[in-house]
Design a binder for this molecule. Structure first.
Ligand code: AMP
Ligand code: MG
Ligand code: MG
Length: 337
């Protein structure tokens, strides 16, 4: 229909507001202190009430407006009626006003796949919650975020948390939304809490200031809670000037596009398609690259295996350099599909 925005832009416009709603849910659950933690495959693979509610909200809201889109969420949840309070109906007017890149203007709803990580960085989210519990009531009269914090780098853990909604077409990550619910939580009263970044490949990325690491410094960002010998060996092989160990795949791409890291190196099969789809789209929209440790791109078709078996290597620039440094032993440990 002439005059109506293309479905890709309408989907991104919905994903934007839906991710904001999910971010608000993530904040609210932390605020209550009742996280409802469930171990999935083990103690380092957790699910909380926030993961469950945020996914229900995202999936139900998007599938109501886009019934033909395939939506794949991280959490395995029983099919049940979703309360109306979890539904987000609005769309970002700003995104609706923008032109759709020509190559996506004719894409049909049924050709799109949405990968949802309702809460990326759950491990750090639960650790941050425990730390808040150890702060006495006298220090925090209202267990909230708008109160002075004891100076502690560990409390920056909440910056690791993101909501990820990635959109794929023909197996490629073409658009993504990242909501960071606790952005600015240590910036004091008056600072806006939370932010939403989004991007569409060939259109660009918005909601942040693109920055590169100054000079030729190799600053490698990697996991803080899912490490092992292969992961460490691979980081060391990059001969980094500095290593930034933070939680979350979304957060690590934020480190790259905001100039705090030059490569995300994770030689492990731990990340899944919902971890990388939205981040990859935003990174690609600003000229970056995400591949496995062999330099092979991941595919995001609805039928693909969820695990990113051959690890994750993401860079804004100089991808080839980092690829060339991957040791043989690491490459052998992580077979491509
Ligand atoms: P991290 O960099 O450790 O925060 O991991 C990024 C994303 O991959 C998070 O969603 C983690 O839950 C997931 N992930 C990484 N390694 C593992 C693992 N060994 N088991 C389960 N999930 C993992
Ligand atoms: Mg995740
Ligand atoms: Mg998650």
């Amino acid at each position: 229909m002439s005059g109506s925005p293309a479905v890709v832009m309408r989907l991104v416009a919905s994903a934007y507001t839906v991710a904001e709603k999910a971010g608000a849910i993530v904040r609210k659950v932390l605020h209550t202190g009742e996280l409802g933690i469930v171990e999935k495959t083990g103690a380092n693979d957790l699910q909380t009430l926030a993961d469950r509610l945020a996914q229900q909200s995202i999936c139900a809201s998007l599938s109501r407006r886009f019934p033909k889109v395939t939506i794949i969420g991280e959490e395995d949840l029983p099919a049940e009626e979703i309360g109306e309070d979890l539904i987000e109906n609005s769309q970002s007017e700003e995104i609706l006003q923008m032109s759709c890149p020509a190559e996506y203007s004719e894409v049909k709803e049924e050709e799109l796949v949405v990968w949802v990580d309702p809460l990326d960085g759950t491990k750090e989210y639960t650790e941050a919650s425990k730390l808040l519990c150890h702060v006495t009531e006298a220090q925090i009269p209202h267990r909230g975020l708008d109160v002075p914090r004891p100076p502690s780098t560990t409390l920056r853990l909440l910056d690791n948390v993101t909501v990820l909604i990635g959109i794929a077409y023909q197996g490629k990550a073409i658009a993504g939304v990242i909501n960071q619910p606790f952005y600015n939580y240590q910036s004091g009263a008056g600072a806006q809490l939370g932010r939403t970044m989004w991007g569409v490949t060939t259109l660009g990325a918005f909601g942040f200031q693109l920055q590169e690491v100054a000079g030729d410094r190799r600053i490698v960002t990697t996991t803080r809670s899912h490490s092992n010998k292969v992961v460490i060996d691979c980081v060391d092989a990059m001969e980094p000037h500095e290593v930034v160990r933070v939680g979350g795949a979304g957060n690590k791409i934020i480190q790259l596009v905001e100039g705090r890291a030059s490569a995300y190196v994770f030689a492990s099969p731990g990340c899944k398609k919902w971890d990388t789809c939205a981040p990859e789209a935003i990174l690609t929209a600003v000229g970056g690259t995400l591949t496995d440790m062999h330099g092979k791109p991941y595919s995001y078709h609805a039928s693909v295996k969820h695990m990113n078996s051959a690890g994750v290597l993401a860079t804004l620039r100089n991808h080839e350099y980092y690829l060339s440094r991957v040791p043989q032993t690491v490459a052998q440990a992580l077979k491509s599909d």
